[in-house]
Design a protein around this ligand. Sequence first.
Ligand code: PEP
Ligand code: MG
Length: 758
Amino acid sequence: MPASSAVTSARTILTRLHDVMASRHHVQAKLNTVVEVIGEGLDSEVCSIYLLREGMLELFATKGLAQEAVHVTRMAIGEGLVGTIAGNIETLNLAEAASHPDFSYRPETGEDKYHSFAGVPIVRRERAVGVLCVQHADPRRYEEVEIEALQTVAMVLSELIGSAGLVDDEDAALSPQQTGPVRLAGLALVKGLAAGVAVYHQPRITIEHVMAEDRDAELQRVYLAFDKMREQIDRMASQAEFGVGGEHEEVLETYKMFAYDEGWSRRIIEAIDSGLTAEAAIERVQQRTRMRMRQIDDPLLADRMHDLEDLANRLLRIVSGQMGTAASMGLRQDSILIARNLGPAELLEYDKRRLKGVVLEEGSLTAHVVIVARAMGIPVLGRVRGLRGAVRDGDPLLLDASQGTVTVRPLPAMTEAFEARFAKSKERQAAYAALRDVEPFTRCGTRITVLMNAGLRDDMPNLALTGADGVGLFRTEFQFLVSATLPARERQTRLYRDVLDAAGNRPVVFRTVDIGGDKVLPYLRHNDGELEENPAMGWRALRVALEREGLLKVQARALLEAAAGRTLNVMFPMVSEPWEFDAARSVFESQREFLKKQKKLLPEAIRYGAMLEVPALAEQLDLIAPRLSFLSIGTNDLTQFLFAADRSHPKLAERYDWLSPAILRFLRRVLLNVAGHNIDVTVCGEMGGRRLEALALLGLGIHRLSITPASVGPIKELIRKIDLSEISAAMKQWLSSPPPNMREALTLWAQERGIEVD
Ligand code: PEP
Ligand code: MG
């Protein structure tokens, strides 16, 4: 049958069903009419509806089978053809029903005269709540268009069933894979444990109405939604904002391909033509695609299926006006966020008291979203394959981001074991907290400076909680990221002043804005709006600030005013050549002159520092060192540039080790280059917050670390167990003749001395 007749047959049935649904009859009477209408419409002697009741599929209405069987015949999930359809959420279309291995004969129904059989699941919230089937005396397979008509009707029935409360949603039939516990593995991005319920960052849309009142209006809505969605996708491509840290190009290509796919839009339009609302039509087409994809066992295709799901969900959100993320709807207590990936700003929108964990399909250790989560003390598990297929909204989860697993729908015994681990980890936390007022001296008596990284006003209480020596890196761009527009100077001044007030007499090092890379500001675009192929190596950080001098001037004024009467520590990110440092410094100096002329109170002193993140600067350190008060090594970026490996690229997340001789030797050379210049050298990348890595840094001669607040306790504990001369000697030897695996060598060294490093 050509496509147009499919539309006609579905439309004829739907038009008649519309009247049935609108009638004031009792539900049972409606179901009785529905089976008549469908049986006639599909020229079938039998049409039956089975609904899930108390865990069994019960015959609720039939045309053609014995009426005495209604509410008597019941099948278990997985039993017979009907049970198989519900259990697997799949369609069956058989010319000879009895020859199917799952066929089970029910004499009370009198079905022995019928040969052909076709059935579709009635799905609600992704679960089968019933089965709609047709049977015919002649052995024939139903045409695809007839099956599609059945599937469309099943959607309408699902709405009727839901609104009439005919099945208990909790009763829904699930395949064991969907109900039983599943343990998924991933990469521990922020260690920690959390128990809670799964919340999708982008929730699935609930479809209120399936049958359209006005077909033209529905068509109009979907046309508009398509336009809007394509516009969004094009904009994403031009800003490269999408897929932060993901294989964005590939993903975007696929998105574009689907967004402009004629076949996809045509099928949705056909579904509307058959009488569905725009939302139901999108969902209908999606269901069909899902069913087809399920039959193809290809992980690559499954990935692409996720892209299409994302896109269909986006289209649904546009058409239904349900645009918000879970953040805008408010989180319930103890939520664990599920997403393909997130941007740092998106994460910051969540209520941190309720958000207990994050599980991502992508993600990498130094992606900014992960840095933000680390600062918020929220465990993150990344690189979890098949996540969105295995977890449903509301599923209970046990997130063990220390061991790199998440357990979905755990059994009670699993929860018990988890709670025991949780209690242990809390004990450890308490032990770290007890170190708050203990100064971090090594065993040999060297005082190590342990600072913390911060970026928001909310981070400042951590200073008192951890007992850190100050803030070694204040990422000022976070204020820009959480703001919808460029923060005005007064707002910036207020923040910086609050931060300094909160720090009291402890120092704070402000880093001027580092935007670009994976920190994209929608309101600050590249001049010519061109897509950047390598944003991490592109127009970012100091490069932006020097080109948009206004931006840096405003920030300089805000910092100078906020630090009036105190010492201002300011550093510049991504300095590649000495002149860039000089140029940035002179922006501050001219602002200082200006304020001086205005007779404003000035900072008592200004200490200027540079971040060492671009290897090129390392080669000119002796030239710049005399102008520096301090140097801060940003190992996150430094590593990505040394290895030419995008720090946000999920496939490279585990590839290069901070403990590789290349990095450690490089750092040693940096220290040698600045020796004798009397400047403080701090490591402020994520590396310094990990114990084994910190051990190596101490061994290299780094005595200042600026780390995420949660690491302050564990690192202090480590410092107190170290003898610097011992670890320095070991490092010296390993760096001149590196062991096959530096990580193993260091771990062994620590174990032999009873030093905990994980
Ligand atoms: C770094 O690159 O190591 C660093 C500390 O800066 P950010 O992570 O903000 O780029
Ligand atoms: Mg950096």
